[in-house]
Design a protein around this ligand. Sequence first.
Ligand code: NDP
Ligand code: OXD
Length: 303
Amino acid sequence: MGFLLQTFPERAAVWAQVFAEAGETLYCGADQVKDPADIRYLACWTPPADLGIYPNLELVISVGAGVDQMPAMPKGVRLCRTLSPGIDEMVRDWVVMATLMLYRDMPTYLSQATSGHWKAHDVPLARNGRVGIMGMGRIGRLVAKTLGGLGFNVAGFSRSGTAVEGVRIFGADALEPFLHESDVLICLLPLTDETRGLLNAELFSKMPKGAHLVHAGRGAQLDMADLRSALDSGRLGSAMLDVTNPEPLPEDHWAWTDPRVIVSPHVAASTDHREGAEHALAVLRSSRAGAALPGLVDTTVGY
Ligand code: NDP
Ligand code: OXD
């Protein structure tokens, strides 16, 4: 019952150590596999083009929180994402930083700094600000708790509309009223058929004039041309993007130099190697025990 990891050397070294400590065998790279029929488990960011080369594959684990980069799984192969407190905390920190930067006018001050221009603008109070979080899962809830603790009025939008303490929740049929109240809109949605291209002109038109966008979900959810038009018309005031459309963002893309936009290169989180390996071990053990798999993805909803 072989477990194959396909990744870069630094991560592979840590996983090899964690698996060895647990008395488990791990193949680090396809070149270590003598008989492909031995492979039951595969951990990777993207799998080999033809998963059929592993005829007895049962389970694929994404080494990140997202699974949208994965192809459709062959029949009978289950898919898990990585659940790791470190990922959730890193994204929370990036989102809180971005929210504060936009709410406190940092794009304007960074722009003024390029010409040494000393000029103060109105200073807003967090408790007068309304943030709207799209995606109230593991990360969205953590972000809500932290921003609520800073005094922001926090609303959340999710498919199910499941209640979250201290947060005004809007379900899938209440996107419009949710947007009306989002001075800072934070996107933490997974990329699915339903969320692809969701951040577009129509959505921006429902937000308060001059509102801000914080995007840490997936690049393909955002229409970058619509974002530019919304900034030009004053519909949006500024945006901070950790994920872009496309990725990587081309060197000459307007968003790099637009003073109203701050871009980081998909670095809100990076899975801690040890936490990732421990999660994979938990999946392996649950699978052997026939128990519920941590991070199992419901592939019937599309991703
Ligand atoms: P979860 O699966 O825990 O939460 C997803 C949330 O999105 C749930 O609240 C879900 O609703 C909601 N949702 C899904 N589809 C829709 C929809 N069509 N309409 C409304 N709400 C919807 O995911 P995580 O919090 O762990 O991660 C969220 C995403 O963050 C990842 O998929 C990834 O894209 C991104 N990410 C980005 C990183 C980065 O470095 N920039 C790092 C890690 C993650 P419900 O609660 O009803 O199911
Ligand atoms: C992830 C990511 O999905 O880094 O973990 O975006």
